[in-house]
Design a protein around this ligand. Sequence first.
Ligand code: HEM
Length: 492
Amino acid sequence: MVSIIVGIMVNTISLLALPSVVYLLWCLVSKAWVWAWSTSRTLPTEAQRKLPLPPGSMGYPYIGETFQLYSKNPNIFFALKQKRYGAIFKTHILGCPCVMLSSPEAAKFVLVTKAQLFKPTFPASKERMLGRQAIFFQQGDYHARLRRLVLRAFMPDAIRSTVADIETVALTTLSSWDGRMVNTFKEMKTYAFNVALLSIFGKDEIGHIEELKQCYYTLEKGYNSMPINLPGTLFHKAMKARKQLGEIVAKILASRRESKVQANDLLASFMEDREALTDAQIADNIIGVIFAARDTTASVLTWIVKYLGEYPGVLQAVREEQEEIMRIKEMGQDKNDVDKCLTWADTKKMPMTSRVIQETMRVASILSFTFREAVEDVEFEGYLIPKGWKVLPLFRNIHHSPDNFPDPEKFDPSRFEKSPKPNTYMPFGNGTHSCPGNELAKLEMLVLLHHLTTRYRWSLSGTESGIQFGPFALPLNGLPIRFFRKTSRNNG
Ligand code: HEM
């Protein structure tokens, strides 16, 4: 999802990429007139006359502080601002006045308690590309209805029966890694994509999947390009692929209707809605869920591989936990595990691995922040957040504050032996738009880690330091690594 959320910033995918810079300039120029128009025409409201704006600087006319943000790792910009101005500050980015918030209370205010005053906000080109009727862009009744349908397909009761199928996907993914130099992120994307497709269409839908994947790759290539819809541009190709994706989903829907099979995947959940979603609504939401599910999960898995490589003691503890599960299954102590496949119950016996996932999501904070827009003038802690301003809860700052997590830069899974303080840990967001796929994400990570740690070994070359944004925080170059299959279980 975060591809979408961070859509505005995605233009900076690689801080060094020239096309990004060109696009950035394009954004600025195109937004500048809106800024000039709005600042010259809008009269201050009653609230605006009485309350001060948060501290901070709005930078230069038109361009604001866009270059300060994008000329370095954006997280450095956020941390410096917080140090200088405190937990709430204003700035001006990509033609938009913004308020950034880095306290748990402020994030809760925007995402939970007063969520109705802050609507999701995205660049129009991203909405067009994913589909305007997708869940992320909605508020109110239609949003609540979509959320119910998505949650119905991804809650524990619905996904517990898919563990064996996810395991098959994990084993297929890993089988090609032995001895090969792999780009970890790329491989994890393939895994997360296949699990997403499984949970959306079920395991029997194979007819249109290859075609769907090809179109999706074209869409992906154009997602961060300049939104110029002229023949030959990446954007144009992506929009064409988007149209084809809608047609493919329509074909799958038609064959599902004809076959009348009973399923409990996301497609079935959408099709069974009593108020009947249109085919276009279903397509927008299916494409949206693929987007939300793939790169997020793949980024977190890539960071986990990196941290396990850097902390052999932690890797050993995870490996022992996973080998114990394997050992019990092989000895047949667990009478229910006739075929030795992983079960939902097995995934509940992985506390150490679960803490590694939690700590990775805290330290890496792949989604540094999210975007909202104030739908009216809002007062927060004596400051005015004016109507129309963007509001960014900074997840990463909250996850890296020593008030919330002592020694925050240290990778220490044991800190999750105790629950974090309320509203201080939000890798899956919070409130009305929080991640409905979080149970599936955790499950697929556990299943993959079970086989990765028990069957493979790998070591980092020492040159993998560095971070890139694509748009999620990611180890540099997607973490190229050589994995080796263990010849026997004792060959750790
Ligand atoms: C580790 C992996 C994942 C992370 C870190 C993650 C993170 C998030 C976050 C932070 C949000 C809320 C954004 C906001 O408030 O603006 C979100 C929303 C969402 N996520 Fe995830 N996500 C992950 C995996 C998944 C998966 C596997 C799925 C689906 C199978 C999924 C589906 C969605 C959807 C549909 C939304 C939008 C919900 C709404 O607008 O009501 N995510 N995700």
